[in-house]
Design a protein around this ligand. Structure first.
Ligand code: NAG
Ligand code: NAG
Length: 119
């Protein structure tokens, strides 16, 4: 009984290790985008910008899809993709309110996509 459980753990371990090590560790992608590349027209606030950037980064980590990373940052975070990322990352509603404010400041224009908190 007990040794059977150990065997299962070992098998799981052997299966999971290659999966984790196979994940790309290249973070160049995120380093390249900045305020000007994204054509942001608002005010550059590092704190705000990096918080928004973080959403796209986490979203990319979740899906491992380069196009998501790009679409999320499209139009200086004012894309429906950013809203989708916020949703899938299960962002708390008070944080969503912050993010909406950040986009307004950084983007410089009213946000056009629907990022209403899920209640
Ligand atoms: C990632 O960054 C390193 C160091 O800045 C660079 O040498 C390498 O070519 C980059 N890789 C890609 C895929 O851009
Ligand atoms: C940037 O935003 C943060 C969070 O809203 C705020 O505390 C900080 O004072 C701002 N910094 C500048 C330079 O505007």
């Amino acid at each position: 009984m007990c040794s059977r459980n150990i065997k299962i753990s070992v098998v799981l371990f052997l299966v999971l290790i290659p999966i984790f090590t196979a994940l790309p560790h290249n973070h160049n992608l995120s380093k390249r985008s900045n305020f000007f590349d994204l054509e942001c027209k608002g005010i550059f606030n590092k704190t705000m910008f990096f918080r928004l950037d973080r959403i796209c980064e986490d979203c990319y980590q979740l899906f491992r899809e380069t196009s998501i990373h790009r679409l999320c940052k499209k139009d200086c975070f004012d894309s429906k993709w950013f809203g989708e990322c916020v949703k899938v990352l299960l962002t708390p509603s008070e944080e969503i309110t912050n993010l909406q404010h950040f986009i307004k400041v950084v983007n410089g224009s009213p946000i056009s996509f629907n990022m209403a908190p899920v209640t």
